[in-house]
Design a protein around this ligand. Structure first.
Ligand SMILES: [Zn+2]
Length: 243
């Protein structure tokens, strides 16, 4: 099948229904449904806005296609039954009434983003909040939760619209903000950004949380590490489809 997209070369699709072909088919459906009549591709601001809108919707669909909505206990994979992972879904997604805990049951790593909050009982979990749920500089705290806190499960929670994606696009805002709000001189602020942004850039939210979970699994081999995604739109936790 050949799909000719808005102002782009033809896209060849495999007849096999692969993950990417599903996404491309959905993208073409959006284009068919929303393409303005009598439009001349790429020639004016309206079309530019249209293309940005389409790209945004496409990215959203691509993101969503990689997630599993967890709406009831049946959606929790059987390997997580009767574990703190299932409890996390019950408290946050299903609204289970909060139980009383005296000891932590798991470690949660999640982004510092202010739009996210978890509905959890007191004392239920250690929570490490960092940019993009990146725990690369928090291994001592992770080790502490495992050794002293005796937790056996780690959940890493990425989220959509994460500020740690495409940091370079906010470089100027970062430099200006530090100079105006914190009194830094411009050169120091720029050097700070140039040094740190490559360390904290996560690329794609889902891919990053998968990679970071794998890193922790290899480092702490007796610990169960589960990558999840929090969607800002519905404030719910989602599983990630395995490829
Ligand atoms: Zn974030």
């Amino acid at each position: 099948m050949v799909i000719r997209e808005h102002n782009t070369p033809p896209v060849l699709l495999n007849k096999r229904k692969t993950h990417s072909s599903v996404i491309l088919c959905e993208r073409s459906q959006i284009l068919e449904n929303k393409l303005p009549h009598n439009s001349t591709p790429g020639t004016n601001l309206t079309n530019l806005r249209f293309l940005i809108q389409i790209t945004t919707e496409y990215d959203k669909i691509s993101f969503m296609n990689r997630l599993i909505t967890v709406q009831s206990k049946r959606d929790v994979p059987s390997k997580y039954r009767n574990t703190p992972i299932e409890l996390l879904f019950e408290y946050h997604n299903f609204g289970r009434l909060k139980d009383v805990y005296s000891l932590p049951q798991l470690l949660i790593g999640m982004c510092m983003d202010n739009r996210k909050h978890l509905r959890l009982p007191d004392n239920f979990a250690f929570i490490l909040r960092t940019g993009g749920a990146n725990l690369i500089h928090n291994d001592f705290a992770v080790s502490y939760a495992i050794s002293v806190g005796a937790i056996k499960h780690i959940v890493l929670i990425g989220h959509d619209q994460c500020g740690m994606v495409d940091l370079i696009s906010r470089k100027e805002q970062f430099i200006q903000g530090l100079t105006e709000n914190a009194g830094w001189d411009r050169q120091t602020a720029e050097e700070h950004f140039d040094h740190s942004a490559p360390i904290f850039e996560i690329g794609n939210e889902i891919d990053f949380v998968l990679r970071e979970s794998k890193r922790l699994s290899l480092k702490y081999q007796k610990i169960i590490v589960v990558p999840l995604v929090y969607r800002i739109e519905n404030n719910l936790l989602h599983m990630i489809k395995s490829d």
